[in-house]
Design a protein around this ligand. Structure first.
Ligand code: FAD
Ligand code: NAI
Length: 462
C-alpha cells in the first residue's frame, strides 16, 4: 500500500493541473487515470482535437474564399480525410505525451486504472488500495443523453464520434445550437457537408449576449449552415448508414422529419461519477448530479475535494484548471481562490466569439445602470486587410463609475482579445483605463481600445 499526501482521481485539465501544483507545493501526489492516455476529455476528445479540425477546415476555407483575392492563384486544396484525422491524432498525442512528461518532471505518480473511494483516506485502483490524506475528485463529465435518441457513435454520434467519423458526411444534422454543435457544425460545413442545426430554443448559444447571438447565427447562415429554431427533437431512427431525426415545432406542434448520413447529438454534458462509490460514502450531491462543494472545494466528507466539470459552474477546461490550482493550494494550507466573475468563454469558429462578465440582459434584470461602448472590426485596418471585418467588440461598463462589467466580442482572434479585458476586470479597471492604454498599430487589439473609447467620448475610427 502506497501512501500519499494527495490522490487525484482524473487527469483532465482539472486533475493534471491540480497534481502538478500539489507537487510544486511539496506534496507527495498521485493521479489516477483509467484511460490509456492522460489529459481527460479536453486533450483526447474535446478542446484539442476539435481545435485541430477547426484549424484545418479554416485553412481550407481561406484557400477557397480568400487566396485568389490576395493574388494566390492555383487549384484549391482537396480534403484527404484520413490525413486530417492523422494530423488530429498527432496533435492529441503531442499534448497527452506532454502531460506524461510533466508528471515525470514533477514526480507525480500515474496510478493506471479506474479509481474508487472505499472510505475517506483510501483510493482503490484495480486490486490495490492506496492511502491518501486528501482525495480530489476530478472525474469530469460525459455527453448527456436525449430521450428517444440512441447513440451508436457511427451514424448517431456525440462529439466523440463526430471527431472521428469514417468519412465526411454529405448531410449532417446537429441537435443543439450550443458550443459543440456550432464548432463541429462549422468544421463539417467548411468541408462541404450540408449541415442543419435543430435547436430547441429560438436563439443560438443560450446565455450569451443577445446581439452576439443574432450576429453569430447570421454569420453562420452566410457560411452555409441551416437552422431550424424552436424545434424539440422527439427521436431518431438509424440504419447502418443513415438516420432520420423527428422533431416538433414548439410554436404549432407540427411534426417534421429530416434525414442525414450522420446526426450529432450536442445537447449538453453531465457530471461523470460512475464507479467512484460516492453513494456508499454518503457524499452530498446537487439535484443536477454534481458533487456539492463549499468555497474551498471541500465535499461533505472530510478530506475529499472535488473540482472541474463534476461540480457546479461552466464546463470549461480553464475553469477546471483554475479550480485545480486553487484546490491544491487549499490542501497545502494556502488560500487558493477562483474569481468566478471573470471566467472567459470562447467559441472557436470563424469569426471567434468570446465573452466575459455581465451581459446587458443580466444587468437589466438586476436593474443596474450601465453604458455600452461598441466598435466594429470594419473600422480596424488589420481586420480589413485580413478579410476579417465582420463582427464587433462590445464593452459594458458601470454608468456611474465606468468600471468594466463585461465584454462580448465576435470577430478575428476574439478568444485572445478577451484576455486584455479579463486582466482589466481582475484589476477593477475602468473603460477609461483601457482607452488610455497605448495599443500597437495595426492590431486587432485596437478594436478593444476603440470600444473602450466608445464608453467615453467616442472611438476615433468610426
Ligand atoms: P475531464 O477532462 O472530463 O477529465 C476527467 C478524467 O477523469 C477523464 O480522463 C476520465 O477518464 C477520468 N476519470 C473519471 N472517473 C475516473 C475514475 N473513477 N478513475 C480514473 N479516472 C477517472 N473547454 C474549453 O475550455 N475550451 C474548449 O475549446 C473546449 N472544447 C471542447 C470540445 C468538446 C468536443 C468537448 C466535449 C468539450 C470541450 N471543452 C472545452 C470542455 C472541456 O473539455 C471540459 O470542461 C474539461 O475537460 C473538464 O475538465 P475536467 O478535468 O473536469 O474533466
Ligand atoms: P450546450 O449547453 O452549449 O448547448 C446545448 C444546446 O442544445 C442548447 O442550445 C440547448 O437549448 C439545445 N437542446 C437541448 N435539448 C434539445 C432538444 N431536445 N432539441 C434541440 N435542441 C436541444 O452544450 P454542448 O454544446 O453539448 O456543450 C457541452 C459543454 O461543453 C458546454 O457546457 C461547453 O461549455 C463545453 N464546450 C466548450 C467549448 C468551448 O469552450 N469552446 C467547446 C465545446 C464544448
Amino acid at each position: 500500500m502506497a501512501s500519499y499526501d494527495v490522490i487525484i482521481i482524473g487527469s483532465g485539465p482539472g486533475g493534471y493541473v491540480c497534481a502538478i501544483r500539489c507537487a510544486q507545493l511539496g506534496l507527495k501526489v498521485a493521479c489516477v487515470e483509467g484511460c490509456d492516455t492522460l489529459g481527460g476529455t479536453c486533450l483526447n476528445v474535446g478542446c484539442i482535437p476539435s481545435k485541430a479540425l477547426l484549424h484545418a477546415s479554416h485553412m481550407l476555407h481561406e484557400a477557397e474564399h480568400n487566396f485568389a483575392a490576395m493574388g494566390l492563384k492555383g487549384k484549391s486544396p482537396t480534403v484527404d480525410w484520413k490525413q486530417m484525422m492523422s494530423y488530429k491524432e498527432d496533435t492529441i498525442g503531442q499534448n497527452t505525451k506532454g502531460i506524461e512528461f510533466l508528471f515525470k518532471k514533477n514526480k507525480v505518480d500515474w496510478l493506471k486504472g479506474w479509481g474508487s473511494i472505499p472510505e475517506a483516506g483510501r483510493v482503490k485502483v484495480g486490486d490495490e488500495v492506496h492511502e491518501a490524506k486528501n482525495i480530489i475528485i476530478a472525474s469530469g463529465s460525459e455527453p448527456a443523453s436525449l430521450p428517444g435518441v440512441e447513440v451508436d457513435e457511427k451514424v448517431v454520434v456525440t462529439s466523440t464520434g463526430a471527431l472521428e467519423l469514417g468519412k465526411v458526411p454529405k448531410k449532417l444534422v446537429v441537435i443543439g445550437a450550443g458550443v459543440i454543435g456550432l464548432e463541429l457544425g462549422s468544421v463539417y460545413a467548411r468541408l462541404g457537408t450540408e449541415v442543419t442545426v435543430v435547436e430547441f430554443l429560438d436563439v443560438v448559444t443560450p446565455g450569451m449576449d443577445a446581439e452576439i447571438q443574432k450576429t453569430f447565427q447570421r454569420t453562420l447562415k452566410k457560411q452555409g449552415l441551416t437552422f431550424v429554431m424552436g424545434a424539440a427533437v422527439q427521436k431518431t431512427e438509424a440504419t447502418k448508414t443513415r438516420a432520420k431525426v423527428h422533431y416538433k415545432m414548439r410554436k404549432d406542434d407540427s411534426e417534421h422529419v429530416i434525414e442525414a448520413d450522420a446526426v450529432l447529438v450536442a445537447t449538453g454534458r453531465k457530471p461523470f461519477t460512475e464507479g467512484l462509490g460516492l453513494d456508499a460514502l454518503g457524499l452530498e450531491m446537487s439535484p443536477r448530479g454534481q458533487i456539492a462543494v463549499n468555497d474551498k472545494w471541500e465535499t461533505s466528507v472530510k478530506g475529499i475535494y472535488a473540482i472541474g466539470d463534476v461540480i457546479d459552474g461552466p464546463m470549461l477546461a480553464h475553469k477546471a484548471e483554475d479550480e485545480g490550482m486553487a484546490a491544491a493550494e487549499q490542501v497545502a494550507g494556502k488560500h487558493g481562490h477562483v474569481n468566478y466573475g471573470v471566467i472567459p468563454g470562447v467559441i472557436y469558429t470563424h469569426p471567434e466569439v468570446a465573452n466575459v462578465g455581465a451581459t446587458e440582459e443580466t444587468l437589466k434584470d438586476e436593474g443596474r445602470a450601465y453604458k455600452v461602448g461598441k466598435f466594429s472590426f470594419m473600422g480596424n485596418g488589420r481586420a480589413k486587410a485580413n478579410f476579417a471585418g465582420d463582427g464587433f467588440v462590445k464593452i459594458i461598463a458601470d454608468k456611474e463609475t465606468d468600471r468594466i462589467l463585461g465584454a462580448h466580442i465576435i470577430g478575428p482572434a476574439a478568444g485572445d482579445l478577451i484576455h486584455e479585458i479579463c486582466v482589466a476586470m481582475e484589476f477593477g479597471a475602468s473603460a477609461e483605463d483601457l482607452a488610455m492604454t497605448c495599443h500597437a498599430h495595426p492590431t486587432y487589439s485596437e478594436a478593444v481600445r476603440e470600444a473602450a473609447l466608445a464608453c467615453g467620448d467616442g472611438p476615433i475610427h468610426m
